[in-house]
Design a protein around this ligand. Sequence first.
Ligand code: URA
Length: 240
Amino acid sequence: MRLDKLLAHCGFGTRKEVKTLIKNGYVKVNGEVIKKDKYHVDPVGDKVYVDDEQIHYQEFVYYMLNKPAGYVSATEDNIYPTVIDLIEENYRQDLFPVGRLDIDTEGLLLITNDGVLAHQLLSPKKHCPKVYYAKIKGVVTNDDVQTFLSGVTIDDDYQCQSAHLKILTTSDTESEIEVEIYEGKFHQVKKMFKAVGKEVVYLKRIRMKNLTLDESLQLGEYRQLTDEELDRLKNETVLQ
Ligand code: URA
């Protein structure tokens, strides 16, 4: 990998900024000052230092984001800010969100550059469970719980897989629920409630497979996954 690309990946600045660092003699590879930005290094085997700080290359990065409303789950958009705009260390330019939350949906979104993991989590064949907390206009009933279990029909003729609906609170006007679904159709939770004559007024994802939203993250905040979270996400089989 080119030295300037490696340093940009590791968060030492934009491509232009790291070129300046290199030209000014701040960068050593295996003990030797290198002033050529095109110099090629082995990001794992070579010892690269910037101003005497050794850099540690991570090929893949994994962030848990608490998505706020108003951001689109995309890498670029002509109108709205994207969830990638929230990741300050995005010098690498290869991050993307794993799946989509609607612009008004909040909560857990995994941001990575690991296409293999993203595919594992998003492939319809894997039936990856996703848990949402929602506020619903109207009174959610035990009949709705049964209907969700049998498979709600949305988009006129699509029968959703069995979903687990839990009623948390109800009043005359609003209910709070948690719902676990195993597929990811466009606006799925909103459409499922519409199918039983109700409206989602607030939606937040709280879990994806075995990864639970860290409630200490404020809206718009993110952190790297811990080794344990990543290991479980990659390797554990979740039973429905
Ligand atoms: N279902 C929805 O309706 N919206 C989301 O953002 C996610 C699931």
